[in-house]
Write a protein that binds this ligand. Sequence first.
Ligand code: 4AD
Ligand code: MG
Length: 445
Amino acid sequence: MQRVSVSKISDYTDQEVTINGWLYNIRSSGKLMFPEIRDGSGIIQGVVVKSAVSERVWEDFSKLTQESSIKVKGTVSKHPKKEGVFELQINDVEIIQIAEPYPITPKEHGVEFLMDRRHLWLRSPRQVSILRVRNEIIQTIRDYMYDNGFILFDTPIFTPNACEGTSTLFSTEYFDMGKAYLSQSGQLYAEAGAMALGKVYTLGPTFRAENSMTRRHLTEFWMMEPEMAFYDIDDDMDLIEDFLENVVQRVLKNCRKELELLGRNVSKLENVKKPFPRITYDEAIEILIKKDIPLIRKTSNGEEQIRPFPWGEDFGAPHEEAIVEDFDKPVMVHRWPAEAKSFYMKRDPSNPKIALGVDVLAPEGFGEIIGGSQREDNFAELEKRIIEHQLPLEEFQWFLDLRRYGSVPHSGFGLGIERMVNWICNLENIREAIPFARRPNRITP
Ligand code: 4AD
Ligand code: MG
């Protein structure tokens, strides 16, 4: 007997097969039962005809509760009315375990209730679809990188220093060597990789001790960071464009069913084709001023609105939304005020107040998905920045070595995997974009 997965069922029309799975739901009407069986790859409706099966089989099905684990045998048939839908005419069942009353039922539950039961919530069709899209995004990224000559370069998570500002570092004791920090980004190490291998990428977990409970922030998230020797900021943006188009179009092609289940308007994603708009930070500010979007600053007695939006400030969610509103593609905002950005970014040769950084804002108000830049490749300049940012110079000597020995112009970027999933799946909140979200108020399950 063939053991098959639901996703491959159409290959077995009129054949006898076994499906191993869980009871998702069951309806009965006297002499017929319609168990829905899920196996992780999909859900299939079974048909149990009382007069056609043994008494034992009929009774076993009567006992089954939601999420009971079973092996069923039957013949695959085409649904009498629905094109492309298959059913299983069941003739036998083996019960593996009868599930206790399942806490998650098809009725509506609150999000915190579901997050407390995340280990079970993951089994729902919506969560399964999101995780399948996530899988496709990551596989596409890996294939794109491999096909374009990038070498996978795994970077450490325990690090002795900050990469993206010292205010968001998680620390831990590291034997008798003092504090180690959980990496905020693999970039600094990827730069060493690029000098060794030309074009590299790293894909792994990164950590930010940001005490923000927004719809877009996690304390532990996955980042994909390519780093390329001999790339300037424009080469970097060309790569971002080609890369994003490629990933989005392949996910669209391979995850139609999942996106449909999620209610995603795919025509918006079909637009994601080169070229993308490239605007400078100054042009972005003009949009904010024209739309009268203020900077909101927290003060001791609440909030203060500052108009017009002052030059030099980073954008928050309302600003990102206003900037992308009139575009139907990802928007690349480049050439940022240096003071708003990280120490390693190269300054614009024509204006030292400007850093050669780029942020990519997703359309439809999903916010920043990519941050990238051309890196400072001049030894003296970089050393000065490290000191200005009050970073421990001795811990950066190895990083400075990359500018001592054969320094070259180089660039890279970081894509937040969950931000990407958020956008592609059109999620309300980033907590659904990763199997087990870590946020300031949650570390279990
Ligand atoms: O803009 P960021 O901080 O850039 C870097 O870390 C660079 N070192 C990347 C590089 O050039 N190699 O972070 C990059 C991306 C953001 O655009 C966002 O998508 C994601 O990482 N990100 C977060 N995602 C979820 N939760 C958070 N707290 C995030 N912080 C950043
Ligand atoms: Mg950023």
